[in-house]
Design a protein around this ligand. Structure first.
Ligand code: SF4
Length: 367
C-alpha cells in the first residue's frame, strides 16, 4: 500500500488544539504530524497554547515558514510590504492565501495527505477543501466526517444503483429495507443533498462511513490507498462545551482571551472577550473585539493602528482612530450589551454571545 501522511494543522485556537488532544487519546494508532502556519501576529496566549500542546502531545508542532526567502522578517510584514501597504480584507484575503494555504501546500508537496480539521458538530460551515487532489480533509468532530465534495459524488443521482450496492454489502436486509426510501429518492429541491446525507447518517453513521469508504476505493482520493481507516467506527459529535472540557481536563488550558471580562455601561454589567485565535488585527473581528483589544492590549492596538495609512484601514467604513473616540466606544459597548439581551435572553454568559462571532469569517485559517 502507498504511504499516506496524516496531518493536523494547529491554528492556535481552541478547536484545532482540542482535536489534537482528542485524536491522540481516541486514535493513538494514527501517526499524526502537527504543523502551524505562524503569521507572526498572534497574541501571546496563542503561542503559549501551542507550547503547552507540544508538551502534551509529546511531539513537535512544525512551524511552517510563509516568507521562505526572508526568514528573518516577520511573515505578515514581509507580505504587507510586498502589497505596498494594501491591507487584507474579507474580500481580498491575501493573508490566508500567502500565510496559510501556500505554506501548507508547500509542506505537503505531492504526497498523499489526510488533513484533519477541527470544525465542531455544532457549526454549520464547511472547512478548507484543498483544490489539490492529493489532499483530503476529514472532520472528526462532526457526525459527517467527510468533505462535501466526497458526499456530493457519492450521492449523485447517477450513482443511485452503486449506492444501493454499497449498502447491500454493508447492512443486513431488514435494515436495508428501512433505508430504501431514502436511498432510492433522487436529490431534488424537495430532498436536498444535505437532507439525504443527514437521513443516511442519522439512520446508521457507521454504515454510512463504511459505504463512503467503499466508494473511495474506486477514486483517487488519498484514502483509496489504505485498507482500513479507524475513524469509520467513530460516531462521536463534539460541540463547544466538549472542546473547553478537553482543553481543561488535559491540562493544556484555555487561552485567556476567551475568558469574559466585565465592563459597565449605562449602569449595567456587560461582558466582552475575543472570540477566536488569529492575528491580533484580524479584520474578521467584531467592533466590540477591537474595543477589547484597545482596552486589554493597548500596545497591540497601537501596532494595528500603525498599519492604517495611505487610505487603508482594517474595517470597511471606520478607522481605528475613529473607533477609539470615547463616544464611539460607548456606543459599541452599548450595542454589545443590547445584542446580549436580544440574542441571549436565557443566559448572560459571554461564551453564548460569542458563538455568533466565531462562526463567521476566518474558516480557512483553520486548515
Ligand atoms: S487571522 Fe485574519 S488577518 Fe490573520 S491570516 Fe487569518 S484571516 Fe488574515
Amino acid at each position: 500500500m502507498t504511504k499516506i501522511r496524516h496531518v493536523l494543522g494547529i491554528s492556535g485556537g481552541k478547536d484545532s488544539a482540542a482535536l489534537a488532544i482528542y485524536l491522540k487519546n481516541k486514535h493513538p494508532e494514527l501517526d499524526l504530524e502537527y504543523y502551524c502556519c505562524d503569521t507572526g501576529k498572534e497574541l501571546d496566549e496563542t503561542y503559549q497554547l501551542i507550547e503547552n500542546l507540544e508538551v502534551y502531545l509529546g511531539k513537535p508542532i512544525k512551524r511552517l515558514q510563509a516568507a521562505e526567502d526572508s526568514p528573518e522578517e516577520n511573515p505578515f510584514d514581509h507580505f504587507v510590504k510586498m502589497y505596498t501597504g494594501y491591507l487584507p480584507s474579507a474580500t481580498t484575503r491575501w493573508c490566508t492565501q500567502r500565510l496559510k494555504l501556500e505554506p501548507f501546500e508547500r509542506y505537503v508537496g505531492n504526497d498523499l495527505v489526510v488533513s484533519y480539521v477541527g470544525i465542531r458538530g455544532d457549526e454549520d460551515r464547511e472547512g478548507y477543501i484543498s483544490k489539490k487532489s492529493n489532499i483530503q480533509s476529514i472532520f472528526p468532530f462532526r457526525q459527517n466526517i467527510w468533505s462535501e465534495d466526497v458526499v456530493q459524488k457519492l450521492l449523485n443521482n447517477n450513482h443511485i444503483a452503486q449506492l444501493l450496492n454499497y449498502y447491500n454489502n454493508t447492512l443486513a436486509p431488514e435494515a436495508l429495507n428501512n433505508l430504501l426510501p431514502y436511498l432510492q429518492t433522487p436529490i431534488s429541491p424537495n430532498f436536498t443533498l444535505q437532507q439525504k446525507a443527514a437521513a443516511l447518517l442519522d439512520y446508521n453513521t457507521k454504515a454510512f462511513n463504511q459505504v463512503v469508504f467503499s466508494y473511495l476505493q474506486t477514486t483517487n482520493y488519498p484514502l483509496s490507498k489504505v485498507a482500513s481507516f479507524p475513524l469509520l467506527d467513530n460516531d462521536d459529535i463534539l460541540i463547544r462545551d466538549d472542546i473547553f472540557n478537553l482543553l481543561r481536563e488535559s491540562g493544556v488550558g484555555v487561552p485567556a482571551y476567551y475568558e469574559k471580562i466585565a465592563y459597565q455601561i449605562d449602569g449595567q454589567t456587560a461582558y466582552y472577550a475575543r472570540s477566536r485565535s488569529g492575528c491580533f488585527f484580524c479584520f474578521f473581528q467584531q467592533r466590540i473585539e477591537w474595543v477589547w483589544l484597545y482596552e486589554q492590549h493597548p500596545d497591540l492596538f497601537k501596532k494595528a493602528m500603525e498599519y492604517e495609512k495611505e487610505g487603508y484601514s482594517w474595517m470597511h467604513n471606520e478607522t481605528l482612530e475613529q473607533l477609539i473616540q470615547p463616544e464611539r466606544i460607548e456606543a459599541i459597548k452599548r450595542e454589545n450589551w443590547a445584542k446580549t439581551q436580544r440574542n441571549n435572553k436565557k443566559s448572560l454568559f459571554l461564551t453564548d454571545i460569542l458563538d455568533d462571532a466565531e462562526e463567521e469569517g476566518c474558516a480557512a485559517c483553520f486548515i
